[in-house]
Design a protein around this ligand. Structure first.
Ligand code: AMP
Ligand code: MG
Length: 359
């Protein structure tokens, strides 16, 4: 066991002393969990190979799953990458700091441990005062995946980090709940057209608007199939997942929710008969159709507010784990805007256990 310090800070005006202390931990090779606008990250100095390897160990993360490198100013982009295309500069200028990660050719300064041996590196500038001040303070890029145990839902609060990593890292900076609650959007800009590797907090539509070109969306980015290791490393197997088994009920259209409700109810009743401890993950629009079942029902929010649904997703999965349910029946969402991100996470969390309500 390890002594983990947890320090609370004001997300908008963190104390300089706390930032200085965290920076010192990183400089000495330690690991610091810190807030970003997406989820909490587990940071190490990107130049310190041993510290980077420790991230993999404490998260139980497979070594072939590369880390995102975080920077706090644009000038650092040329330190970590090379042959930066025009599109990257457009995104960096218009959307950074923000929840979009660019995959670019890596420079020699980034150790191969960070990129899992790949010639490309994922980079982003997070839009969070604490993260930016910390990176600025160490004056070096910070490699940071999400601060959860590998495979678990990403941490959207310091409590989640404490649950997963307390006793195995030096410091957790607690700045309350994160804004988006889902990870960044990742696009590969070394190929044309740009390729979506992971949908995230920034919608593909918004990225396309800024870039003025279409972004290719492969089936693995929709969460329909597992990614090939070469294209999207580390995106295989059940991911973002609660402990409970999960089934996802999808439909071609979500204009009329009656079919979805009827399939979800059907599965719930059958599972109840088998004595399974069932829960339903639904929306405000359907919540009342399940309350008579006597199972745990959680709404992620209204379908008209996908930002809220995305924000509540991981948090609610962790709540269901805490409630001790063993089976989750989740409703699908329309794959538009953030709906693409939500469906990617739900499909992976279910381990691709998907039922369509259309027959
Ligand atoms: P996490 O920060 O835990 O959400 O994980 C970062 C994700 O970024 C990984 O799962 C990878 O799939 C992706 N990623 C990081 N670096 C690269 C890279 N060089 N090429 C492709 N994908 C990457
Ligand atoms: Mg992660």
């Amino acid at each position: 066991m390890f002594e983990t310090r947890v320090i609370k800070v004001d997300p908008f005006n963190p104390s300089n002393e706390v930032i200085a202390e965290a920076a010192e931990v990183l400089r000495r090779g330690g690991l610091v969990a810190f807030p970003t606008e997406t989820v909490y990250g587990l940071g190490a100095l990107a130049y310190l190979r041993e510290s980077v390897l420790r991230i993999f160990r404490v998260k139980k993360r497979p070594l072939d799953n590369p880390l995102i490198v975080h920077i706090s100013r644009l000038s650092a982009l040329s330190l970590v990458t090379r042959d930066v295309p025009e599109e990257a500069l457009i995104i960096a200028e218009k959307l950074w700091p923000g929840p979009v990660t660019l995959v670019l050719w890596k420079s020699d300064s980034i150790p191969s441990e960070v990129t899992a041996g790949l010639p490309k590196v994922a980079v982003r500038m997070p839009a969070h005062r604490v993260a930016l001040m910390l990176i600025d303070s160490v004056d070096a890029p910070v490699a940071a995946p999400s601060a959860n145990l590998s495979g678990r839902p990403s941490p959207t609060s310091a409590d989640h980090v404490i649950k997963d990593l307390y006793g195995s890292i030096e410091l957790i900076i607690d700045a309350g709940e994160t804004l988006h609650g889902v990870e960044s959007t990742i696009i590969d800009l070394t190929v044309k057209p740009p390729l979506l590797l992971r949908p995230g907090a920034l919608s593909v539509e918004e990225l396309e608007r800024v870039l003025g070109v279409e972004i290719a969306i492969p089936p693995f980015a929709r969460g329909l199939v597992e990614a090939s290791k070469a294209l999207a490393p580390g995106m295989k197997h059940r991911h973002y997942a609660p402990r409970a088994d999960m089934v996802l009920v999808e439909s071609r259209s979500y204009d009329d929710l009656t079919k979805i409700v009827s399939v979800v109810r059907d599965i719930a009743l059958k599972s109840l008969h088998k004595g399974v401890s069932v829960s339903i993950l639904c929306s405000d629009e359907t919540y009342n159709y399940y309350t008579d079942l006597g199972v745990v029902v959680k709404s992620l929010g209204s379908r008209s507010n996908l930002f809220q649904i995305a924000k509540n997703l991981f948090k609610t999965m962790r709540e269901l784990d805490e409630a001790g349910v063993s089976f989750i029946i989740a409703e699908g969402f329309e794959e538009r805007g953030l709906g693409l991100t939500i469906m990617n996470r739900l499909r992976k969390a279910s381990g691709y256990n998907i039922i369509t309500a259309d027959q």
